[in-house]
Design a protein around this ligand. Structure first.
Ligand code: ASP
Ligand code: MG
Length: 439
């Protein structure tokens, strides 16, 4: 056999989201893109998500028959959505005259831990994919799933196909990881809220991590973490339009960044306040441990010092609204154990965040942001910061307005003249040695 020498050919991982394969036409369009890349001589691994609302439908199906679906069986069920997509795409590609093979996560060698419905990838044994590529095949891998160290099917958490794509790109030493989605890239704010939101040419891993963690739904947080840890550049782009989207790259390869890059938001937060906590060492740790054991993701934490006499403290935390019942269930026994006064909840909370690598070296962003919100009559309930982010918890009903006000105040709109635009088009400058190229 005269096999092509692998190192000479480019390898690209292309991931298509659920809307990009939702119906027959879209599936054919995605397959067309895959085939086009293959015809350019690229070794293509395509990771597909479940079609349209399939995963939601499967979840609903499980809850129709069971109050507490067994997590192992849930993974058996949920993993089917991505298999459907891959098998169908392989059929289309075969009809187009190319050889394609679809693989489950397990067949693709994605090994995870045993935490069903939110498994973490431990290892990628990509030999089977490599062999198929060497044989000239296009490889389709079912996203969002793997096989556990106990040989069971696992899934990686909602949006997990992004992580599959990045993990495969890392394991294969791919030249690029392209995430095809229903938006044309990463924006300076949600374009459904801010009319002049601007598509960002380039975002650093650190910025993208903060953005994904604070509500930007375009890339799964864990995928960005994985990409950063393995230095895999991501090109996030539209599956419906041509042209570049947003490059998520190492900070050193980005150009000089503006102070603020984006405004992100979420409207599904809830706040829990524990009043009258004993003021002694170990209490906060106890509260957080209880929540962690219930796998409740705590975001912000605020503790008020007691008003001297009573030696009692108040503590507020924010959690995703969907975690609220589990959080309350877990915290209630603490009332007796610690002598907590009251557990109060507020379901209608939201959050608005400003993210920008430039903040690190420029003070004053927080002062300006808080002033802008104050002038807009938005009451700030909690604040947290990182070196490149400031987040404010506000009432959910104020979120849209807060996003717009901040976007305008920090000049993030499409009309604002930006340094990187002056050079010409929106393409990022990528250092030649980064191994990353344009699509
Ligand atoms: N199908 C899964 C979900 O809807 C995984 C993914 O789309 O990435 O969350
Ligand atoms: Mg998705």
């Amino acid at each position: 056999m005269n096999r092509p020498q692998a190192p000479e050919l480019e390898t690209v991982v292309m991931k298509f989201g659920g809307t990009s394969v939702a119906d027959a036409d879209r599936m054919k369009r995605a397959a067309g893109r895959i085939v086009q890349a293959a015809e350019e001589g690229i070794r293509v691994v395509a990771v597909l998500s479940a079609r349209g609302k399939t995963t939601d439908d499967l979840l609903a199906m499980a809850h129709e028959v069971s109050h507490r679906p067994d997590p192992r069986e849930m993974d058996m069920l949920l993993s089917t959505g991505e298999r459907i997509s891959c098998a169908l795409a392989a059929m289309v590609i075969n009809d187009l005259g190319h050889e394609a093979i679809s693989l489950t996560g397990s067949q693709a060698g994605i090994v995870t831990d045993t935490s069903h419905t939110k498994a973490r990838i431990l290892d990628v044994r990509a030999d089977r994919i490599r062999d198929a590529l060497d044989d000239g095949k296009i490889v389709l891998v079912a996203g969002f799933q793997g096989v556990s160290t106990a040989a069971d099917v696992t899934t990686l958490g909602r949006g997990g196909s992004d992580t599959t794509a990045v993990a495969l790109a890392a394991a294969l030493g791919a030249d690029r990881c392209e995430i095809y989605t229903d938006v044309s890239g990463v924006f300076s704010a949600d374009p459904r809220i801010v009319a002049d939101a601007r598509k960002l040419a380039v975002v650093s891993f650190e910025e993208m991590l903060e953005m994904s963690a604070s509500g930007a739904g375009v890339l799964q947080l864990r995928a960005v973490e994985y990409a950063r840890n393995h230095a895999i550049p991501i090109h996030c782009r539209s599956s419906f339009e041509d042209g570049p989207g947003t490059f998520v790259v190492d900070e050193h390869t980005t150009m000089e960044r503006p102070l603020v890059t984006a405004v992100t938001h979420s409207t599904d937060e809830a706040r829990i306040t524990l009043t009258g906590l004993p003021d002694r060492p170990g209490i906060a740790g106890r509260v957080l441990t209880v929540l962690a054991k219930a796998t409740v993701n705590v975001d912000m934490i605020i503790q008020n010092e007691p008003h001297s006499e009573g030696h009692r403290a108040d503590m507020s935390v924010t959690v995703p609204r969907s975690d609220l019942p589990a959080a309350i269930e877990a915290l209630t026994p603490l009332k007796a154990e610690l002598g907590v006064g009251e557990i109060a909840t507020d379901r209608a909370m939201g959050k608005v965040s400003l993210v920008g690598a430039g903040m690190r070296s420029h003070p004053g962003v927080a002062a300006k942001a808080l002033t802008v919100l104050g002038d807009a009559d938005v009451n700030i309930e909690m604040i947290s910061t990182s070196p490149i982010k400031i987040s404010c918890v506000i009432r959910e009903e104020h979120v849209k307005n807060a996003v717009r006000e901040l976007h305008t105040a920090f000049d993030l709109g499409a009309d604002a003249v930006r340094r990187e635009d002056v050079a010409g088009d929106h393409r990022p400058v990528v250092e030649p040695d980064s191994g990353d190229g344009d699509a």
